[in-house]
Design a protein around this ligand. Structure first.
Ligand code: NAD
Length: 483
């Protein structure tokens, strides 16, 4: 077992040291597949928060990352990728048990994390400014400078890969970074500290703190020692953080929730759509910000699509994450309660339950894979993020109506189109209010394609080269050559 987890207690990685918190300040971590205690997590003490902030500042001032030769920074990041792969088996099992996700999905998180470090390690020496022509009497150029100390708040649905998604570009740009892990499943992310330690990341350049959002998270984002906030999580918390960031005027990046629609046209390949539906709403038990939580289907194929979706849902295998089933539990008793309660409002609002609809009668926090049909687009289940294995199906008659329905929520994270008509796919994609549009494959794209929201889904972009520009600020240097 790595130093991140000692005698059943996950520790904080602070300025290169593994530390516990104040005596008794422990967060219990459950195994949602068994609804049983799994381990404990030491909540960072106030001293640890202060030490992490001071060490991050000192590391930045020393230029530990920013003043490294960019190619050497890139090589450091490649070493981190290697060390992440070295802990992927051990880390994957821990993450599987603390989050409830499948073992395969948990290992994939570590693999994806490694890929973020490879990708951004590869661009560390390619963050190039511009030369701007001002005539013969001037030389003018821009440089991209790191912010300084980046505070990054991570959600529980993909703690390891989302942390890497922000940490890797932050490091590539030369920032110091402090990560606040999610309280439900902090241990896999704490283990990322082991990879950083083994790769010889300078002490203080990255710290990982555990603790409650309302305590450690709130302290971090309100600190005037933080130069940038990167938040991935719910809209309500994002709004609270933006309010906290207003006083010190701290630049913030917001990756928030979604209520994303797939639009299935009459010429769609239904096999393709059903395969996408399975990953789109049942992967990670639907606890995915970009989940296919709404499905709009042309009326001519609507009944067939609902029947096939219900058949898919009813045929899924269900089990503990270690068994790699199709459907795993949701992350906590509270999450199960939220999902079930919101789903129950659908019936009162006139929807038909085509599959599932309630929790499963078994140990662990299992929600039945659920297909809601004839969902009123104005109802709560069609407007609010459920964050569970539940999708809402609604028929449409015209392309214009489908676009209006797809765009008819406060969110705008992703959207999907299923059609064989190439011209229509381009036309509709441009009209959809979303940061990214998938055509004929939900989740198409990857670490190199920009990702982020519109409206209450947030602002700024993660992934791809575009993300780098969230982690730097532009300085223009204008030089008069007139003597
Ligand atoms: P959450 O908002 O409850 O918590 C996210 C993080 O914020 C946690 O680490 C929590 O401890 C911390 N936090 C809570 N209150 C805080 C405060 N006042 N100050 C600072 N930090 C605080 O979200 P969650 O339930 O962990 O995650 C699920 C949500 O995240 C969903 O809405 C989902 O759509 C969204 N999400 C978005 C993306 C994206 O890229 N857009 C990715 C994954 C998840």
């Amino acid at each position: 077992m790595t130093a991140a987890l000692k005698d059943g207690l996950a520790r904080n990685f602070v300025a290169g040291q593994w530390v516990e918190g104040d005596v008794g300040a422990v967060i219990p971590v459950e195994d949602p597949g068994h609804a049983a205690h799994f381990a404990d997590c030491a909540q960072a003490s106030e001293t640890s928060v202060a030490t992490a902030l001071e060490a991050a500042r000192a590391s930045f001032e020393r230029g530990d990352l920013a003043d490294l030769q960019p190619s050497a920074r890139g090589r450091l990041m490649q070493r981190i990728a290697t060390e992440i792969r070295n802990i992927a088996d051990e880390g994957g099992e821990v993450l599987c048990r603390e989050s409830g996700k499948s073992l395969e999905a948990a290992r994939d998180e570590f693999e994806e994390a490694a890929q973020y470090f490879e990708y951004y390690g590869g661009v560390a020496d390619k963050i190039e400014g511009k030369s701007i022509p001002l005539g013969p009497d001037y030389a003018d150029y821009t440089v991209y400078e790191p912010f300084g100390v980046s505070a990054q708040i991570v959600p529980w649905n993909f703690p390891v890969s989302i942390a890497a998604r922000s940490l890797a570009p932050s490091m590539a740009a030369g920032n110091s970074t402090i990560i606040k892990s999610p309280e439900l499943d902090p241990i896999g992310l704490a283990m990322l500290g082991t990879a950083l330690e083994r790769a010889d990341v300078p002490a203080g350049a990255v710290s990982i703190l555990n603790g409650l959002g309302s305590d450690i998270g709130a302290k971090l984002v309100a600190s005037s020692e933080v130069d940038q906030i990167v938040f991935t999580g719910s809209v309500a918390t994002g709004q609270a953080i933006l309010r906290a960031a207003a006083d010190p005027v701290t630049p913030s990046l917001m990756e928030l929730g979604g209520k994303s629609a797939a639009v299935v046209f009459e010429d769609a390949n239904l096999d393709t759509f059903i395969a996408s539906l399975q990953s789109g709403i049942f992967y990670n038990a639907g606890q995915v910000c970009s989940a296919m939580s709404r499905v709009l289907v042309h009326r001519s194929i609507y009944d067939e699509a609902v029947a096939r979706a219900a058949e898919l849902a009813n045929g899924l295998s269900v089990g503990h994450g270690l068994e790699n089933p199709d459907l795993t539990p949701v992350a906590s008793a509270l999450q199960l309660e939220r999902v079930e309660t919101l789903t129950a409002t659908a019936r009162q609002d006139g929807a038909r339950v085509a599959a599932g609809g309630a929790r499963l009668d078994r140990k662990g926090y299992f929600m039945a894979p659920t297909i809601l049909a004839d969902v009123d687009p104005a109802s709560r289940v069609a407007q609010e993020e459920i964050f569970g294995p539940v999708t809402c199906m609604t028929p449409f008659d015209t392309e214009a109506e489908a676009i209006a329905l797809a765009n008819g929520t406060d969110f705008g994270l992703v959207a999907g189109i299923f059609t064989r008509d190439l011209a229509r796919s381009h036309r509709v994609a441009r009209k959809l209010r979303a940061g990214q549009v998938f055509v004929n494959e939900w989740f198409a794209g990857g670490i190199s394609t920009p990702f982020g929201g519109v409206g209450k889904s947030g602002f700024g972009r993660e992934k791809g080269l575009e993300a780098l520009f969230n982690y730097v600020r532009t300085k223009n240097i204008a030089i008069s050559l007139k003597g």
